[in-house]
Write a protein that binds this ligand. Structure first.
Ligand SMILES: [Zn+2]
Length: 91
């Protein structure tokens, strides 16, 4: 899972995942329950339900981890085309 670093309105460094459509689909439909932390960028968080939001991150302890479904629905994840790598609107 790639990620992008940005600075939020409070001046904190935050991360957002960059996922291809293929990755979104495999993350939604496999059983890994893979989550992502927006505070530290850790993308190897497991046992996070797809609809989980603001879960405490195992790595940094901040309540900033989300399940894949929430990352996509809330527009946190940047979803890109498998081949062109251009951002797309995920529906
Ligand atoms: Zn974290």
């Amino acid at each position: 899972m790639d990620s992008l670093q940005y600075t939020n309105k409070k001046g904190n460094i935050r991360f957002r995942p960059v996922l291809t459509v293929e990755e979104v689909e495999s993350l939604l439909f496999n059983d890994n329950l893979n989550g992502f932390c927006c505070a530290c960028g850790d993308c190897e968080l497991y046992d996070i339900e797809p609809d989980a939001e603001l879960v405490t991150c195992e790595s940094c302890g901040e309540p900033a981890a989300f399940g894949v479904e929430q990352l996509v629905l809330r527009g946190i994840a940047r979803v890109i085309d498998n081949e062109t790598r251009e951002p797309i609107a995920y529906v």
